[in-house]
Design a binder for this molecule. Structure first.
Ligand code: MD3
Ligand code: FE
Length: 203
């Protein structure tokens, strides 16, 4: 088995956290959430991942209760909060975690995500990341800039990663997906990543 590792203080990787049945159920839930879009950045760029948001809609670089076209944001389901609490409890041994945002990213074989920090949440509570489908190279960096030092970690389907404490503001990204690495039994071509977050906002 791939061992659980603390990549940096507060950054805990728990390989194979979700069994195949739980992964299948999560993939089905992701298919049910409609409205995946490539986010347009203020600098004119367009992200290569397709994203749908639950609870709060992420516009670079803020959260809102409506999407770009003015439609309401999909609700954040209570069961996803329960899953997030179990994740933080298994990674850290604490259990008072109340996420109210999920960002679901779909990666086709060519999609990637540049090194960035997640600073749009008003709370520094941990981020929970769940990976499904194709594996990827995940780059976990430092808190100063996009460059070295960083650590590359393979994230595979079923893996849990929790980013809190000193790691909450670390630069990170996905330089590439490893196409064709998903278990065919999952029925997913490409990669899905679900992150759970605490907005620190009140609607
Ligand atoms: C470290 N997603 O949605 S998950 C993102 O695989 C994002 O889709 C990537 O980066 C993905 O913002 C990476 C791992 C991750 C997520 C959030 C973090 C690492 C993090 C927040 C703080 C520090
Ligand atoms: Fe991020």
């Amino acid at each position: 088995p791939r061992p659980r590792t603390e990549v940096a203080p507060g950054a805990v990787h728990v390989p194979d956290w979700l069994d195949l049945d739980s992964q299948r159920r999560l993939v089905e839930a992701c298919r049910g959430w409609r409205g995946y879009r490539r986010t347009r950045l203020p600098n004119g760029g367009v992200m290569s991942v397709r994203t749908v948001c639950l609870g709060w809609h992420w516009h670079p670089y803020r959260y809102a209760k409506v999407t770009e076209d003015g439609s309401p944001v999909l609700p954040f389901p209570a069961w996803l909060g329960d899953l997030g609490r179990r994740a933080v409890s298994d990674a850290y041994g604490t259990s008072s975690y109340e996420p109210d945002i999920a960002l679901v990213n779909f990666y086709d074989p060519a999609a990637k995500m540049g090194q960035h920090q997640d600073k749009d949440e008003a709370s520094l509570e941990p981020v929970v990341s769940l990976s499904l489908g194709d594996a990827c190279v995940f780059r976990f960096g430092n808190t100063i800039d996009r460059g070295r030092p960083y650590t590359d970690v393979d994230l595979r389907s079923g893996d849990l990663f929790v980013f809190g404490g000193e790691s909450r503001l670390a630069f990170h990204g996905v330089p590439r997906v490893l196409p064709g690495t998903a278990d065919p039994a999952l029925g997913l071509a490409g990669r899905l990543n679900i992150t759970l977050r605490v907005s620190g906002l009140v609607s």
